[in-house]
Structures are given as C-alpha cells and as structure tokens.
Write a protein that binds this ligand. Sequence first.
Ligand code: PLP
Length: 391
Amino acid sequence: MTLTRSRTDRMIASVAPVLDFYEHGTWERHHLDPDIADFAFGNPQEMPLPGLVDTLQRHAVPENKDWFAYKTSEEEPRQVVAEVLRGRTGLAYEPEDVALTAGAFGALGVTIRALCDVGDEVIFLSPPWFFYELMIESSGATPVRVRLDGPDFALATDAIAAAITPQTRAIIVNSPHNPSGRIYREPELAALGRVLTEASARHGRPIILISDEAYNRIVFDGIEFRSPALDYDATLTIYTYGKTLLAPGQRIGYAALSPTFPDRRASMSRIMIQQIASGWGFPNALLQHSISDLESLSVDIAALQARRDRMVPALREMGYEVTRPEGTFYVMARSPEPDDVAFAERLAGLGAIVLPGSMAELPGWFRISLTASDAMVERGLEAFRAAMIRR
Ligand SMILES: Cc1ncc(COP(=O)(O)O)c(C=O)c1O
C-alpha cells in the first residue's frame, strides 16, 4: 500500500484538535503552572506505584546471557497472559493466541494492518478514543463512524447493523468506554454478537470484533467487566498495562485471539509479521520479564472511585450536567457554554485543565480525568465553581 498524500492529510486532520491542544493549546500553556489542577489526560499526577518500581528494579538484574537479547512475543509472558485470560473469561486461550505489543496502541496498529485489506471498512464508535481514525486510515482501511448518543452512550446495535456493508472487515468496541465510562453488559454484547454473526454470514466473511479493553480493570462499584469474546467468536482482545499501572510510558500490552477466532494460527502469523515490519514492535525485554509481577499490581481503584464520588455530586450541586462513570479514569460534563474549547481555556485561567469534548468528537462537553491527585480535586472544584459563577 502506498500512503497517498490525501490519506496522510486525513490522518493529520483526524488528530489535529488533540495535538493542537497538547502542543500549542490550553494544556501546553497551563500544565506547568505549579498550582494547576490537571484533569486533561489519563496521566499520573503523583509518584509511580512503589511495587512497580521494585518489580522493574528486580527484573533489570540479568539472570542469563539472553536477558536483554532480541525479544519477540516470548513464551513465558504469553503463558502468563493466556492463563489470565482463561481465568477472566473461562475461554481456552492458548499462549500461541497472544501477541505481546507496545501497549494497546501497538496492538491496534499491528492488528488492523495484519487483518484488514486496503479498502476494507473498519467501524469505530463515536465518541472515540482520539487515535482510532488515525490508525485505521494509516493501515489503508476506511474508517466508518457510528455515533453513540449521550448522556448514556449505550451500544447502538441498530446503528451498527445499519453501518455494516460487504466491505466491513472489523469493528472496534471499547468497554469500559473512554470517554463515557460506560461498561457494556451481557444483553447489549449479546445483541451485538447476533448482529455481527448474522452480517458475517450474509457477506460470507467474518467481521472481526476488536475489543479495546484498555480499562478492563478500572471498574467501580463491584461491576464485573464482560469480555465481548463470550458473545462473539471472531473477537480479538486488546489490553495495555499502562492504565492499570498508571504508567503509560512503560509500553506493554497484548492482542489475543479468542479460541474461537477463525483461522487463528494464520492470523497470528500476520500479526507477528506486522510487528516486525512496524520496527520491531515488541515490548522491551525488561517489561516482558516483569509481566507476571505486573499482573498483580494496580493503581488504587478505591481511590479513583472515591474521587468520582467526591466530584460527581459536587459538580452536580454547582449546576453541571455530569456522567457517573462505571469504570475508566473519566467523568464527562456538559460545558456551561456551547464552545467547549473556549470554556476549557477560561477554566484553565481559573486553575483547572480539562479536555474539551471536541477532542473526542463531543463538542459541548468536557472530560475530567480522575488520575488527578486528591489535592488537585479540591483545588479543581474551586475552579469549576468559579467558572460556573463567572459566566
Ligand atoms: C480507549 C483507549 N484505547 C487505547 C489506548 C492506548 O493505550 P496505551 O497508550 O497504553 O497503549 C488508550 C489510552 O489512552 C485508550 O484510552
């Protein structure tokens, strides 16, 4: 596939708002202010988990001459992941079904390239994670957007069914959903499974469900995350340790083909070739050695939930319309003024940075990341109050 200039321009356009915000906009201008409350991205605002530091230090000490040799998807970490997936889903995942990747980002990039042809359509749900459209475009496939309606952002299976064509090769489903915090349950996933099974049969080739589960361990209120692989055979699960460890700069994650995935050995070979072609897109040796210990570590979910429970009622009491996330790091709120970018700039002047909804195809809203520290939450609430008063 050659990258045409118009395709590259579409890639640039798809991420321009968020890159602008990051490189030249409100975040860039305000995030170094020592008093700012930074709710913009799912980035750590406090020191890393002590257990993560210990794990990395321990596994940095070589145990044999191959410790830092070239690594692909190594046997031991693949076994760890397969066992975890078996435990979480009850499905018979095997180590050979797992590709270790540079986070969910890396997994998405290589799997779309490996499993889609130029001109195939890939459906994504809007509001989306910022980079889906970019990654679909860059692979040579064609992005197809299906909108979810707020404030509940339910999985719109009728709209998905209507968007499917004979060219549809894949759909990306993200649960727990960034930015709405929704977690899709059995009835909606079963309905989606029926739609995809029926459409695959009608068009004579399986539609791949790419399940982006970056936040599958960031769940609140004891809700159980359900894997879409339980309701649909051709499911590919994508995961990153970056969210659970709140260390997205340490790049490790995976793509795993469900045991019922069609033609899975050939599909895994294609994924591996794309990993090599993408510039040796495998996680570093140190992270692969660490994976079994990383599995047992997590950001403090109770603290995230407590921040949600502090912020949501406080913002509602101030007059904001706010979602109550079931999982993820994010709370969505309706901007009190129609221009969410202008509102975010005004709010930053008062001491809090949020992500304007326009960055996630949701103009008129803004997103708050609960990865802010407790002190930032308290300072931030003052800024939100002041922004509501001084309109
Ligand atoms: C929904 C979703 N998918 C994928 C990613 C990418 O995760 P990572 O950078 O850990 O690979 C993110 C990160 O923000 C995300 O929110």
